[in-house]
Design a protein around this ligand. Structure first.
Ligand code: SAH
Length: 349
């Protein structure tokens, strides 16, 4: 198969209709194809029984339908599954499925590596290789869903894997449209969360384009510390970030902003930090997600003491904020937050 062939998973259903029309295929076939590829997870056109034989051949010969292959899979003692997936150029991409009762949350990647170089993040230490295409974003969902038991359902998708989603925004938006589409993955809007380290000029565009939850990786309540942890803060410091967040018309008590705050011992976990954090988010509908630092070889930071996590959380709760402490899931297989670092983007064979 030639690389130049178009990929069925590179298009939202809306854009696939347009493309089909231009190619002389009935536009409504786009919904039919989405049903097979995404709702049913069948990639071989030979099995698309409600499509004419001529068109099945055409999809089989002139279109690509699969972007990622399995490279490795690891299963944590807590049930978390990490998949390492291989793109056609050999790039390795990691995704994590996190089961929690009835809920199955999939954490997906948007870039190979990441250019933002956050000093505590394993992906940041890899450097940046390239953006993922729409098909590569969606195929993480297709592949990882194969690991769910028949009675399990994918309920949530979070763009919190490798890479910065807002630096690959057109492809992220296109993929979100497929996740939402009733004939494709049919996820509810509140079931998808896109996380950013603070690419401020792109935030409004994201929320205007697709009805997703916004998560912001905060990690420090002062510019001095955030400049070190999240270097993009030097371009978009806290005042600029919060002015933009406060101006978002989509944010409300029913649709709060999720702030992620990775706690690192002696770096950002003091009571003063907690009080500054309260002042920073005051009046902004938000939920705070405290993430104890997951240690890895590429960062000098240590996890906080448990007692400090409790004290930090208590200050926030005392100020009336909604706070959750994220338990490390899949740490035994290096699948926890900040540990994704598929190594060795292998050259294509
Ligand atoms: N680039 C986007 C999407 C990745 S989200 C963003 O930064 O929001 C990945 C989440 O894991 C972020 O909240 C990040 O801060 C957190 N994280 C990164 N390294 C971590 C570590 N070592 N321990 C705990 N959380 C970490």
């Amino acid at each position: 198969m030639r690389e130049a062939e178009p990929h069925l998973k590179d298009f939202s259903i809306e854009r696939l209709r347009t493309r089909f029309a231009a190619d002389g295929i009935e536009p409504w076939r786009a919904e039919q194809v989405a049903g097979w590829l995404y709702a049913r997870g069948v990639e071989d056109p030979a099995q698309w029984t409600d499509v004419s034989a001529a068109l099945r051949d055409r999809f089989a010969n002139a279109w690509q339908r699969r972007a990622l292959e399995w490279d490795a899979v690891s299963v944590s003692a807590d049930g978390t599954v990490k998949g390492r997936l291989r793109a056609r150029d050999g790039a390795l991409i990691e995704s994590v499925m996190i089961p929690e009762g009835e809920r199955n949350t999939l954490c997906i990647s948007t870039q190979v590596g990441c250019p933002l170089a956050c000093s505590f993040c394993a992906t940041g230490a890899l450097g940046f290789t390239r953006n993922l295409g729409v098909a590569e974003i969606l195929d993480q969902v297709c592949r990882m869903r194969e690991k769910l038991a028949p009675e399990q359902r994918l309920t949530n998708v979070v763009f919190m894997g490798m890479g910065e989603p807002l630096l690959n925004l057109p492809n992220v938006i296109e993929a979100v449209r497929v996740l939402l589409h009733p004939k494709a993955f049919a996820l509810g809007p509140r079931k998808i969360t896109v996380s950013t380290a603070g690419v401020v000029p792109k935030i409004a565009t994201l929320l205007q384009s697709v009805p997703v939850n916004l998560a912001v990786s905060l990690h420090a309540p002062t510019d001095a510390v955030r400049d070190v942890l999240v270097p993009i803060n030097r371009r978009f410091p806290l005042a600029v970030l919060f002015e933009a967040l406060r101006a978002l018309p989509e944010v409300s008590v029913r649709r709060p902003i999720f702030f992620e705050y990775t706690l690192m011992q002696g770096v950002n976990d003091s009571l003063d930090d907690a009080r500054r954090l309260v002042r920073l988010v005051r009046g902004l509908p938000s939920k705070l997600n405290l993430i104890p630092m997951n240690a890895h070889a590429d960062a000098p930071y240590r996890p906080p003491h448990e007692a400090d996590v409790a004290r930090f959380a208590a200050v926030l709760v005392g100020a009336g904020l909604t706070v959750t402490v994220r338990r490390p899931r899949g740490a035994d297989i290096d699948a926890a937050c900040g540990q994704l670092a598929a190594r060795g983007a292998r050259p294509a064979a």
